[in-house]
Design a protein around this ligand. Structure first.
Ligand code: ADP
Length: 630
């Protein structure tokens, strides 16, 4: 169970991942497109920017060269002056020193430099243009300065540093003064680059001049001055400290981050911006840094070009391209989705059509099967109706046959019944002729009057027989029980009197109107009473009781006899056909079965039982006629 739960969880996670995956993919594609667009736009703009930056670098370099080169020859000028040479020959001469001081002061004023001074071979200042100022260099030991250590007669040594006395930064140009290939001393001119720096400050983008250690010595951004492009290593720091080049400036990095080297001294860098006041330009963000080594100096000029606009443009294009690609991907996805939806719709429709067709076929098949079944049923119903009709015909034929059989049984008695009046008629008619011949008319009349009831009785008998023998219609009608019982007893008269059988009839209220076919009910009565007579035949006390009483909408009629009763083992099968105890030719064994069927047809019931006091009791219920209900 736990294992199952564990296997479902990763599946769900996979499903979620699969749902998110297209989105991630689209975003990745958009990001790549944006990146490519950024790169393309950036590179395209970069080449144009590089060209203009190159021009700017040329201009800056030219202005630097112009500014510096105008002072380049001044150190040589000193070597030409007689006072200077004389002083170098005799540095202790105070008069010479004073003259040299005055000369340097005049020269300094004329050429517009910061200071002009002369070092002896030990590096000590022996004459200076600022001899009479508080910050006079005279007597100072400047042997630690590189321009002293590296001074040559045939060239000017350049050095940028901050004055150790007056803390004024300056560009030092030095040359060895020699006579007859013998170095006598070093002449130095200190130049201010402030003018150059000021002109840069008004430019449209930052520019810097850095020394061989990467220390910014000139900058259009004041905050960067004496900062470094890269952190200084210990050796460089030591070298700078020995030369006392930048006094005790911390020389901390300005925060330039090189991003990409484009070759040829060109790099893309990020500038951190400055806290202090800058020029009329930004010092923060992406910049193109074009660098060039300045000839005859250890310096590098770097001009920065602001790339932020270009960067913004490239970003804008990148964003547009990214969004555009997202839009395209979205449109593509929507198109695909629609296509899939359409395909599914078509598939669903064709599936529906197939199902419909299948259903129609099935309906047609079922309808055909149903019609066939229907037809078969109709045929069966017709067949059954015919069978029922045949059965009914057979039944009524049977009823009729049984009735005729009863008639057959009655026939001997009836013949006897008819014979008696006929014999009487013969006697009376013979007597009448004789008495007529004697003229005894009164006796003739008396005889003829006796003939009439005899004929009437015979007529009644034959009439009853005719009615009984008639094939009944089967239609129920309102009929009195009393008359039916009397008619039956009349037909059975001969057999009853032969016994003799005592018959008592006890009908509730004298008579009860029944709702039945009288002809058939007469057949039942004849059968039951006839059976009772048969059963009692030869017995001593022969009694038949016909009693009837109302029971709701039925009349209950009991026919009891004083015979031997019914065999108990046959009680449950009394109404089955062909059970008879009578001799062949006498009984068919159909009377009770037909009687039960007739009573059932009336809507009633016929049952058989043995009475406690002995003898059989046949009981039946028959619907009573309208208006008879108790
Ligand atoms: P059948 O009279 O032709 O024999 P029934 O169906 O009328 O046919 O009677 C079947 C049998 O039932 C008779 O043979 C007789 O044995 C028995 N039975 C009918 N009524 C009585 C009765 N009242 N008492 C004794 N037995 C009877």
């Amino acid at each position: 169970m736990a294992g199952k739960a564990e296997s479902i969880a990763p599946k769900r996670r996979w499903l979620r991942l699969a749902a998110v995956l297209p989105l991630v993919g689209a975003l990745a594609v958009a990001a790549i497109v944006a990146l490519v667009a950024y790169r393309v736009v950036f590179e395209l703009s970069l080449s144009a920017t590089r060209a203009s930056a190159g021009h700017r670098l040329d201009l800056y370099a030219a202005s630097f060269e112009r500014e510096v080169s105008q002072f380049a020859n001044y150190p040589y000028v000193m070597a030409l002056d007689g006072t200077v040479l004389a002083l170098l020959d005799d540095p202790a001469d105070a008069a010479l020193r004073h003259r040299a001081d005055l000369y340097f002061e005049a020269l300094n004023d004329r050429i517009g430099t910061l200071d002009v001074y002369l070092l002896d071979l030990t590096g000590r200042v022996i004459a200076s243009s600022n001899w009479d100022k508080w910050d006079s260099f005279v007597g100072r030991d400047l042997s630690y300065r590189p321009y002293f250590q590296n001074a040559h007669t045939d060239r000017v040594t350049r050095f940028y540093g901050i004055g150790t006395t007056n803390r004024q930064p300056g560009y030092f140009l030095a040359t060895a003064i020699a006579r007859d290939d013998r170095t006598l001393g070093i002449g130095v001119v200190k130049v201010s680059l402030g003018q150059l720096e000021r002109s840069w400050a008004s430019a449209e983008s930052p520019a810097i001049l850095s020394d061989e250690h990467g220390v910014v010595v000139l900058s259009s951004v004041p905050a960067w001055k004496y900062g470094t492009l890269t952190p200084l290593d210990d050796a460089a720091r030591r070298q700078i400290a020995e030369a006392q080049q930048y006094n005790d400036r911390p020389l901390s990095p300005i925060g330039l981050v090189p991003l990409r080297d484009l070759g040829g001294g060109t790099r893309i860098v990020r500038l951190p911006g400055t806290a202090g006041p800058g020029g009329g330009f930004s010092t923060e963000g992406l910049f193109l840094a074009e660098s060039r080594a300045m000839p005859e100096t250890p310096w590098t000029l770097t001009v920065f070009t602001d790339l932020s606009e270009m960067d913004d443009l490239a970003r804008l294009w990148a964003a547009l391209a990214g969004l555009g690609s997202l839009l395209l991907i979205g449109l593509f996805a929507v198109w695909r989705q629609r296509r899939r939806h359409l395909r599914e719709l078509l598939e669903a429709r064709s599936a529906l059509q197939r199902a419909h067709d299948h259903l129609e076929t099935q309906v047609a098949e079922r309808t055909a099967a149903l019609s066939a079944t229907n037809e078969r049923l109709r045929r069966e119903v017709t067949e059954r109706e015919r069978a029922e009709r045949t059965l009914r015909d057979a039944q009524s034929g049977l009823v009729q046959a049984s009735k005729l059989a009863s008639l057959g049984q009655l026939s001997a008695g009836i013949a006897h019944e008819l014979n008696q009046p006929l014999a009487a008629l013969v006697t009376l008619s013979g007597n009448a002729v004789r008495f007529l011949e004697r003229g005894d008319l009164a006796t003739v009349r008396g005889n003829l009057e006796r003939v009439r009831p005899l004929v009437e009785r015979m007529g009644h008998l034959t009439g009853e027989l005719k009615v009984f023998a008639r094939k009944s219609s089967g239609e129920p009608q309102r009929v009195g029980l009393r008359k039916l019982v009397d008619d039956a007893l009349f037909l059975l008269n001969h057999r009853l009197t032969r016994g003799p059988v005592a018959v008592s009839v006890d009908i509730d209220g004298g008579d009860i109107a029944l709702w039945c076919d009288p002809n058939r009910f007469a057949q039942v009565l004849l059968n039951l009473i006839g059976n009772a007579v048969d059963a009692m035949e030869g017995g001593g006390d022969q009694r038949i009781t016909v009693s009837a009483r109302r029971d709701g909408s039925f009349a209950r009629i009991d026919i009891r006899d004083s015979g031997p009763g019914l065999p108990p083992e046959r009680l449950d099968h009394m109404f089955e056909p062909f059970f008879t105890t009578k001799a062949p030719g006498v009984g068919l064994g159909l009377g009770l079965a037909i009687s039960a069927g007739i009573i059932r047809d009336f809507g009633g019931e016929l049952t058989a039982a043995n009475a406690e006091e002995g003898g059989a009791v046949f009981s039946m219920t028959i619907p009573i006629g309208p208006g008879e209900a108790t």
